[in-house]
Design a binder for this molecule. Structure first.
Ligand SMILES: Cc1ncc(COP(=O)(O)O)c(C=O)c1O
Length: 360
């Protein structure tokens, strides 16, 4: 049996006619950039996330850059963050001349809230946390810390579109939340796209920065970027919004079967969180040999992420994060696409459990 890691054509197949129609409309109107559909998307996404405001941007990495800038983070400031993430989180901090201060992770693969306060200095301006794999950390606790030290709280929600914390959807819970809609995400565009949601005054700044720092056509008030979402992406996302929560539900059922049946270390799920399962991540003995074994059985796996970002030279001086560095050697992400059939999943489970029995 051949089990791919993901099936990118799933999302298109589920709403092909709606997407084709939406794209055609943009082609016919020729409103490719800054068209009225951008505002429609922004209003829809803000409402969907119960956020005060929303800005449509070019991708998730740029969403992070714009959010940090809008929060006043500048050269010489420090931003507290996690080393166990995709490079974009930390790259965004460095790219605006600020310095990442790494806090090691907890058992949920999140920034360890117990270790944040000891890393706060007079240069600290913000905490940038990540909803890794699709589950949020304890946001109430992070809010208490950020309020105590007067820091901005920014959420990297690239993995957690549609996820919830205490029955509230991600997007309106902290100062600013950054989304990625790249095609492999739970809600994927047909190219790069992203959004920032949150407090209206900060969103207004993001909108200025994403469009060359101007407040009208020839009036520049900031050094900005060309970081706008293009209209075709907005039109596709507006159609897919109607479907993706159902796709997330299906992923959650697959994840729950894995959790019940696998004999290895499975993800810890928090009772007050609705997980989006962007990635379903386990820990197995002899990880690299395991992946080879799975590949021989026709099962594709991935690693999110193979190295801890603090170990990479552009992010030196080196700040050790023992747990994050250790975890990167143990973890494997399993196929968890929403159209996965029961027989496909049973096949994956059988081969994992055989491996665990042999090596534990
Ligand atoms: C945790 C995290 N943050 C940010 C990003 C950046 O998103 P984009 O690829 O849209 O720039 C990603 C992308 O995969 C991600 O996984």
């Amino acid at each position: 049996m051949n089990i791919p890691f993901t099936k990118l054509d799933d999302q298109y197949n589920d709403c092909r006619s709606e997407i084709d129609k939406a794209i055609n409309k943009i082609l016919n109107t020729t409103e490719f950039v800054n068209g009225p559909i951008i505002k429609v998307f922004e209003q829809k996404w803000a409402k969907h996330c119960s956020a005060e405001g929303s800005a449509a941007v070019s991708n998730g990495t740029q969403a992070l850059v714009l959010a940090l800038r809008a929060c006043g983070v500048r050269h010489g400031h420090q931003v507290i963050t996690t080393p166990h993430t995709y490079v974009s989180t930390v790259e965004a901090i460095k790219s605006i001349g600020a310095d990442p201060v790494f806090v090691d992770i907890d058992d949920y693969y999140h920034i360890d809230s117990d270790k944040i306060e000891e890393k706060i200095s007079p240069k600290t301006k913000a905490i940038l946390f990540v909803d890794l794999y699709g589950q949020t950390p304890d946001i109430s606790r992070l809010k208490l810390i950020s309020e105590k030290y007067n820091l901005k709280l920014i959420e990297d929600a690239a993995h957690s579109t549609g996820a919830e914390y205490n029955n509230k959807r991600v997007g309106g819970l902290v100062d600013l939340t950054c989304f990625s809609f790249n095609p492999i995400k739970n809600l994927g565009a047909i190219g790069d796209a992203g959004a920032v949601t949150g407090q209206q005054n900060l969103i207004d700044k993001v909108k200025i920065l994403r469009d060359h720092g101007r407040i009208d056509h020839d009036n520049y008030v900031e050094i900005g970027y060309n970081a706008r979402m293009d209209c075709i992406q907005a039109s596709v996302l507006l159609e897919k919004i109607k479907f993706y929560l159902d796709w997330n539900n299906k992923k959650r059922i697959i994840a729950s079967t894995y959790n019940n049946e696998l004999k290895c270390v499975t993800p810890k799920i928090k009772k007050n969180c609705l997980h989006s399962f962007y990635a379903y991540v386990i820990q197995v003995p002899n990880r690299n040999l395991f992946r080879q074994h799975m590949m021989e059985k026709g099962i594709q796996t991935k690693i999110h992420y193979p190295t801890s970002i603090n170990t990479h030279r552009p992010y030196f001086p080196f700040q050790q994060c023992v747990k994050s560095e250790w975890v990167c050697e143990q973890i494997v992400s399993l196929p968890c696409y929403y159209s996965m059939t029961q027989s496909e999943q049973s096949y994956v489970i059988q081969h994992i459990n055989n491996w665990v029995r042999k090596y534990s």
